[in-house]
Ligand binder design. Sequence first.
Ligand SMILES: NC(=[NH2+])NCCC[C@H](N)C(=O)O
Length: 406
Amino acid sequence: MKRHYVGSEIGTLRSVLLHRPNLSLQRLTPENCQDLLFDDVLDVERAGKEHDRFAGVLREQGVEVLLLSDLLTRTLDVPEAKRWLLQQQISDHRLGPGFASDIRDWLGQMSHRELARHLTGGLTRDEVPPEISSITGRSSQPDDFITRPLPNHLFTRDTSCWIYQGVSINPMAKIARQRETHNLRAIYRWHPAFAGGDFIKYYGDEDRNYDHATLEGGDVLVAGRGSVLIGLSERTTAQGIEFLALSLFRHHQAKRVVVMELPRQRSCMHLDTVMTHLDIDTFSIYPQIINTEMPCWILTPDGKGGLIRTAEKNYLTALEQALEIDQVRVITTGGDRFEAEREQWNDANNVLTLRPGVVVSYERNLRTNEKYDQAGITVLPIAGDELGRGRGGARCMSCPLERDGI
Ligand SMILES: NC(=[NH2+])NCCC[C@H](N)C(=O)O
């Protein structure tokens, strides 16, 4: 079995999980898109092409690209996985026991590819045969959906994140994304590439209510050298960080966790919207948010199963300690204040590093890409006019499964 291991944020990327936008994007309307955490509706066909190009660039660079729909389809071949997933996604308490059971039976007859399509793309009333109905004969949901689509599966970075020899399968903060976690849990439990594999599940794999202890992978940066950086953000709470840090220390996978506190706002919903790692000593940052005023702590194990929390003077010294280097170099978002704000909103700082100093970035962010270039960082540009409307860039549209350390 392949070894899944993510040793850093910038070491050579070898294998990555992506989700090609599908049915879920076709369901987005001006009325529901905000609820589903998209800022606009998309040209679905064009978004698909942009995504294919993104995957193409990764493959050309030698990265293995796995697609979520393929993994899910294969997972459904395992009868226990299929039963479990249908129970989770079409639950009795969501739809009422009779209706839920009829829907599960009906979905259970579908080809697994088609079922996977609905497990990510949702199910509408119209798609279900009319003879299946709830006791009132009405749709059990206020809108047309029997299960709502999961368009944010596009951002595979968030739902699960690999850290050294294990994975966190994340309890998501927003209702619109919580059911994504079931799909990932099933894949990591039952898909033959993962089932029984030699990796740790740090957090999030239990059937329980995680309540306020939420965590999303966009906030987790595997710095390497035994360090992990985590954003305390709109999505990732102190409670979630505490659980993950304790688990990392218990499994001897990290020596320290650097916590950086972000304002709770959409434009910087995750750490990776304002900061990514480009080369051993180099970070891309959005200076309006990432600056020396930002509260920052270092967590270390106390040797008795707890945590020691030390406040840090500023994030730069914290990063230097994390990477065990003398000085970090930062590249700030390009252009004047207005341009920088607009480019940050369009994910100029959210780039995917393929190996030290080589990144994939949206081509539209001209000013910032120019600064990367001047600083000796190689930019592989991709179009993202449609994809970007979901508020995410190359980093958050990818979940590294295998990457070298530094
Ligand atoms: N790691 C990230 N920056 N993820 C971006 C996620 C965007 C997505 N629409 C959401 O609101 O959840």
